[in-house]
Design a binder for this molecule. Structure first.
Ligand code: ZN
Length: 296
């Protein structure tokens, strides 16, 4: 009898549905990716909520205390993480931190802010240790399905390390998600195949990896993370005319005033699309569709 009890006790953790892993991510698309791989074995919370910008975000005290009960933080190198990562880590020294960018060649962002402005002060990059110090690197990696596949691999490997009993499930989920990403990639290529004008204008340059992957060029209106001045705006209007731009993409986290000024000067229109949408695949298909339509 004692042996049987011991046997049951040993098996218990594997038999009972273990508590889901508590995961924190920076932005909503990442939540989608972790849930794709983790399924019911994870509970995912997101730092940057809908409508917030990851460029100026401050975690809430509630989030900081929730981090104390978190098993894993998945980072993507968005600007608030450069400022907050030390505090995020110190909220819970036992928490694993996965840099989802492992294995990905980071592009340099065009005309992006060079420093992260936090509480009105310029952060000193030199005081930011580790690999979070490169603010020239474009953090918007999730706009490229092939790169998301690499992120998904990184997520699969980390979840497997934390919860080896679910290793096969994570592997299967990864395979299914990778197949979805391949389909998405093929669909986007097909949508953009006949597009002659490969340039598109955006307020905030969040679509760089998307552009690189699909042989497009994004022209940002934002200058160094700010609204353009009068002279820069005049230049942008000239450029938009020269490049035959018809549509300017804006995202809800940023003011669309200067985008509207350019659009009215060129007789074009402003279209809202949110690169931070959790409905990842639909959103990317929509972006490809809009670019294809704009070039007609
Ligand atoms: Zn951004």
């Amino acid at each position: 009898m004692r042996n049987i009890m011991l046997f049951i006790w040993l098996l218990a953790p594997a038999l009972s549905n273990a508590e889901p892993l508590q995961v924190f991510v920076s932005v909503l698309p990442l939540k989608t990716f972790v849930e794709k791989i983790g399924g019911n074995s994870v509970t995912v919370q997101t730092m940057v909520q809908p409508g917030d910008s990851p460029h100026t975000y401050d975690p809430t005290p509630k989030q900081i205390s929730a981090l104390a009960k978190t098993d894993l933080y998945v980072l993507t190198g968005v600007p608030f993480e450069k400022v907050w990562m030390e505090r995020v880590r110190s909220a819970n020294p036992h928490m694993k931190v996965l840099d989802a960018r492992v294995g990905i060649d980071l592009r340099t962002i065009e005309h992006h802010e060079h420093e992260t402005v936090h509480n009105g002060q310029q952060q000193d990059k030199a005081h930011d240790p580790g690999h979070f110090n490169d603010s020239e690197r474009d953090p918007h990696i999730w706009t490229s399905p092939p790169l998301v596949k690499q992120m998904a691999k990184n997520i699969r490997d980390m979840l497997t390390e934390l919860d080896p009993a679910q290793g096969q499930a994570y592997e299967d989920n990864y395979a299914a998600f990778a197949a979805e990403l391949d389909t998405l990639d093929r669909d986007i290529r097909a949508l953009l195949k006949e597009v002659n004008n490969r340039k598109f204008m955006v307020f905030h340059p969040a679509w760089g990896y998307f552009a690189d992957t699909y042989d497009l060029i994004q022209i940002p209106i934002e200058q160094e993370g700010k609204e353009p001045g009068a002279r820069a705006l005049t230049e942008l209007i000239k450029q938009a005319k020269r490049e035959n731009v018809k549509v300017i993409f804006v995202q809800p986290q940023f003011n669309k005033k200067s985008a509207e000024q350019v659009a009215s000067a060129i007789g074009g229109r402003v279209v809202a699309i949110d690169p931070l949408s959790p409905d990842y695949a639909t959103n990317l298909r929509k972006m490809a569709q809009l670019i294809a339509e704009a070039s007609q």
